[in-house]
Design a protein around this ligand. Structure first.
Ligand SMILES: C[S@@+](CC[C@H](N)C(=O)[O-])C[C@H]1O[C@@H](n2cnc3c(N)ncnc32)[C@H](O)[C@@H]1O
Length: 513
């Protein structure tokens, strides 16, 4: 299905170049397949080197597209890879349940603040687990659980009555006057507000605040210090994304990141160096567009298909309505783009303001476990006498929170290396979010010995689930597992060997072990 927006037509050559790996001849000339593979190979080799990843290879063209392979043997439990996210965003609906650093996504404040804030918002009817709001994007899932599409979740716990706590208790949890027993063992970093004054972004440190500001937030901040060209337009853009699909917020971060990095490199004269390199290689002069291509390269390497072409068809949409469904979400993306352009338009970076909304980001689900869960588990594990004393205070709080007492931080992030990993129902590696990795890194650990030359795979789903459930979950990802060993495992019929790959990519969980 070919989709054309107005902007597509205006900048079609440049957009085509942006969604392909940059060409040595400044991007606007097209390159053949083998050149393209070489460029991808070089890019990933450099990326692995810059991340100090030893013993890994990214093959740009495996049977499932890109894939990550072991170049040495990894022992069980050994660290395979640490990947730094390029851009990430907490889901809008998750913000009412978890207060996390907008840069590294660690929980901030205190266990008491996390609990008090959740109870307060729950009381106001804002908790994501309390509402079953409908939106124009109802049913458009881009995660296996469909839990980050602004729809709120309606778990069974919603029907279990919660026992309200007096307002003063909730207030004292939030303002630090009430300290819960043993909570000092779960100390969290203090909350640092956004320097631009938006009151939307919070951080765990001034370093995270400053870094996020420089990377993207200065353009996307809706506060007085914002560098957006029109704050009203930005507010409209954010409102539209919150009402429809917050994948647009992740896309906006990628665009803001590109614009700011482009400007910085240009300002510090690195463009000259870049162009010299290209010129040396090709005997051609450089251009501003070559710099844009260079800055945009990580995103172009993650390009799969246009977003509206690969989101899974919601269950309630009939196959024969697929064309109009895809047109509808393409129009939504187009609308989002127009709003964003009014807010942060930059002439030199104009082509990239059309691309991210189009592309299917190879984004991973971002899941960070809540310290609130650890806290209550700790109380539960106390010796009986201590537990009884502690529970006199914690029990009413648990009752007020209900079954969904602890919600993980959930979002989407783009990890350039992790997003090259393919799925297997019998994975040999797993992504963890560990206590010591609170700086936004994804940590992949070997689940068993991985031999040199073997592909490193993770499971995008809970692989311990029965076959039917796994199929359903993978269908929500928009593809069916094509791996023979998975099929053998599941005793499928040969007719099932022919699978359609619809290509939605939203992957592995990041968990704290
Ligand atoms: C995170 S990407 C993995 C890298 C991907 N191969 C690429 O070329 O960019 C996820 C996509 O890879 C493909 N994929 C991954 N594992 C697969 C599997 N077991 N069977 C079929 N397709 C798979 C699907 O198209 C999926 O949307």
């Amino acid at each position: 299905m070919e989709a054309t927006c107005d902007v597509d037509a205006e900048l079609s050559d440049q957009i085509s170049a942006l969604i392909k790996p940059p060409s040595p001849d400044q991007g606007l000339g097209f390159i053949d397949e083998s050149e393209s593979l070489c460029l991808k190979q070089e890019y990933f080799e450099e990326l692995l080197k810059s991340r100090n990843c030893v013993g890994l290879k990214v093959k740009p063209e495996s049977d499932l597209g890109k894939g990550v392979y072991a170049d040495v043997e990894f022992g069980e439990g050994e660290l395979v890879l640490k990947d730094q996210m390029l851009v990430g965003a907490q889901h809008s609906s998750n913000k009412v349940d978890c207060l996390v650093c907008s840069h590294c996504f660690c929980f901030v404040g205190s266990v008491e603040l996390q609990i008090g804030r959740k109870l307060c918002l729950q009381e106001l009817g804002l908790s994501s687990s309390d509402e079953c709001a409908s939106s124009p994007m109802d049913g458009i899932h881009d995660s296996p659980n469909g839990d980050h599409d602004n729809l709120g979740s309606c778990s069974s716990s919603d029907f279990k009555e919660k026992v309200s706590l007096p307002k003063e208790i909730v207030a004292s949890l939030m303002n630090g006057q009430l300290a819960l027993p043993y909570s000092e063992r779960f100390a969290l970093p203090s909350v640092v507000p956004c320097p631009g004054g938006c009151g939307e972004a919070y951080y765990c440190s001034k370093l995270c605040a400053g870094t996020d500001w420089e990377l993207s937030h200065s353009l996307l901040c809706t506060g007085k210090g914002s560098q957006a060209i029109c704050r009203e337009a930005l507010l409209k853009f954010v409102g539209h994304a919150n009402e429809t699909n917050d994948i647009f917020l992740l896309a906006a971060k990628a665009i803001a990141f590109t614009i700011l990095r482009y400007k910085k490199l240009k300002l510090y004269g690195l463009q000259g160096q870049q162009q010299d390199e290209h010129a040396k290689q090709n005997g051609q002069s450089g251009s501003e567009f070559s710099l844009l291509l260079e800055v945009w390269k990580p995103m172009s390497m993650g390009f799969k298909r246009r977003w509206w072409e690969c989101v899974a068809l919601p269950e309630d949409v009939d196959c024969c309505d697929e064309v109009s469904f895809r047109k509808q979400i393409r129009d939504l993306a187009s609308m989002s783009l127009q709003l964003l352009k009014q807010a942060i338009f930059d002439k030199e970076c104009a082509p990239c303001i059309t691309v991210p909304i189009e592309i299917s980001f190879l984004h991973c689900d971002l899941v960070v476990a809540s310290p609130v869960e650890d806290y209550f588990l700790y109380i539960d594990d106390l010796p009986p006498d201590d537990k009884e004393t502690a529970e006199m205070i914690t029990r009413p709080i648990l009752d007020a929170l209900g079954d969904d007492y602890s919600v993980c931080c959930q979002g989407s992030a783009f990890f350039p290396l992790q997003s090259c990993m393919n799925h297997s129902c019998q994975p040999n590696a797993k992504a963890f979010k560990r206590d010591e990795d609170r700086d936004g890194q994804a940590t992949i650990i070997a689940l068993r010995t991985i031999l040199k030359g073997e592909e490193i795979t993770v499971s995008y789903i809970d692989e311990s689930l029965p076959l039917e459930d796994r199929r359903t979950q993978l269908a929500d990802y928009g593809f069916k597992c094509r791996r023979k060993r998975d099929l053998n495992l599941n005793h499928l019929h040969s007719s099932e060997l022919t699978y359609a790959v619809h290509g939605f990519e939203s992957e592995s969980y990041i968990r704290r072990d």
